[in-house]
Design a protein around this ligand. Structure first.
Ligand code: NAD
Ligand code: MG
Length: 395
């Protein structure tokens, strides 16, 4: 079997460690080619010792010098690069077969796009790439013929539930709509007046999934589902009114596809990101992911609720940005990143996250998103506008 050489962007994160767990179970299939990290250089050093990648990428020259020294002392031959050039280099090098995009936030866009342009197989966890620049991103996927496989559990479930027995669009295949499931997050039953005082620790304590801090807050505001609606629009080329959201607190059904003949297909499993990661890594084969089989008797009940759009206005902000088109989604993403960061560092109240995003969308104004410059400009502008608003709200 030919070894698949994998670049893992964002190796020190939650998705990164789940991916390395799956990869380590199949040394006959995968070789870790490159690992990247932003701040956690010591954690990256530990991963280099364990997985012996050819390249490691860190944030800046000073961190690179430190890591090089550590590697030298441990007699490890990993070469160290740094900065955005380093990230893009390991995403597009000729030896790489597959790039797993697991950097969080807008920082993931450029290296992921570099992998797409280079025609690598791309396993996408970094949903923000598609939220920021979906139109451009998918145009590059078309142009380069790259194989793009979603790792986000909902999109992976939909991918698995689409039966393409005829060529053409999803409508041609009889798809009426897709239904994204949402756990409802840690505040599903918290009254609005109590939401005012919630802390970052409470927001990051997700009932079903263990994830990085930014996506945990996104899950608590339901913005994560909003970002996923936009992600689905681009991945599956569906208009917003064919993408529904249902709250399903058990997180066992990872999403569904409804067909015109009355069939609804779903993918089920324990909430463990190693399942979608293994699916994407091995596609079209299947491999062991180390995930416990689903025990239906233990699950016992699957329940469904409407999302509470009044308590969690971020979901509708995302639909509105998607409907208005152009760089509105880029601005939504930028404002969300600024607001979540401010919340995590104690500068903004939980309930003000959605206010900051709504006001930024009103003030920033959107333009056509058909060039990378327009997208990057909108991202910068959205951040500047949102930061001003955060400063006004600062607690
Ligand atoms: P995380 O915070 O645990 O890890 C983020 C990784 O990105 C780390 O390796 C970090 O070093 C790197 N990083 C952060 N900022 C960077 C920057 N400016 N430049 C370069 N690298 C940077 O995040 P996570 O939970 O693993 O999520 C990663 C991505 O996967 C996000 O886009 C998230 O939405 C998506 N995702 C995560 C999950 C999950 O279960 N964690 C599920 C679905 C999708
Ligand atoms: Mg998801």
């Amino acid at each position: 079997m030919k070894l698949k050489r994998v670049t893992l962007l964002g190796a020190t994160g939650s998705i990164g460690s789940s991916a390395l767990d799956v990869i380590a179970r199949h040394p006959e299939r995968y070789e870790v080619f490159a690992l990247t990290a932003h701040r956690q250089t010591d954690v990256l050093f530990g991963l280099c010792k364990r997985h012996l990648p050819r390249f490691a990428v860190v944030r800046d020259a000073a961190s690179a010098t430190r890591l090089r020294e550590q590697l030298k002392q441990a007699s490890i031959a990993t070469e160290v690069l740094h900065g955005s050039e380093g990230l893009e280099a390991v995403a597009e090098m000729a030896e790489v077969d597959c790039v797993l995009a697991a950097i969080v936030g807008a920082a993931g866009l450029m290296p992921t796009l570099a992998a797409v342009k280079a025609g690598k197989q791309v396993l996408l966890a970094n949903k923000e790439s598609l939220v920021m620049a979906g139109q451009l991103f998918m145009a590059e996927v078309q142009r380069s013929g790259t194989v793009l496989l979603p790792i986000d559990s909902e999109h992976n479930a939909i991918y698995q539930s689409i039966t393409r027995h005829v060529p053409g669009t999803l409508s041609d295949c009889g798809v009426r709509k897709i239904i994204l499931t949402a756990s409802g997050g840690p505040f599903r039953n918290t009254p609005t007046q109590d939401l005012a005082a919630v802390t970052p620790e409470q927001a990051c304590a997700h009932p079903n999934w263990s994830m990085g801090r930014k996506i945990s807050v996104d899950s608590a505001t339901l913005m994560n589902k909003g970002l996923e609606v936009i992600e689905a629009r681009w991945l599956f080329d569906l208009p917003p009114d064919k993408i529904d959201v249902v709250v399903h607190p058990q997180s066992v059904i990872h999403s569904m596809v409804e067909y015109i003949d009355g069939s609804t297909l779903a993918q089920l499993g324990n909430p463990d990101m190693r399942t979608p990661i293994a699916y994407a890594l091995a596609y079209p084969e299947r491999i062991d992911a180390g995930v416990k089989p689903l025990d239906l008797f233990e699950v016992a009940q699957l329940t469904f609720e409407q999302p509470d759009r009044a308590r969690f206005p971020s979901l509708d902000l995302a639909y509105a940005a998607l409907r208005s088109g152009g760089t509105a989604s880029t601005i939504l993403n930028a404002a969300n990143e600024v607001a979540v960061e401010a919340f995590l560092s104690g500068k903004l109240m939980f309930l003000n996250i959605a206010d900051v995003i709504a006001e930024t969308l009103q003030k920033a104004g959107s333009v056509s998103a058909d060039s990378l410059e327009a997208v990057l400009d909108a991202d910068r502008h959205g951040r500047a506008v949102a930061s001003d608003i955060v400063n006004r709200h600062s607690c």
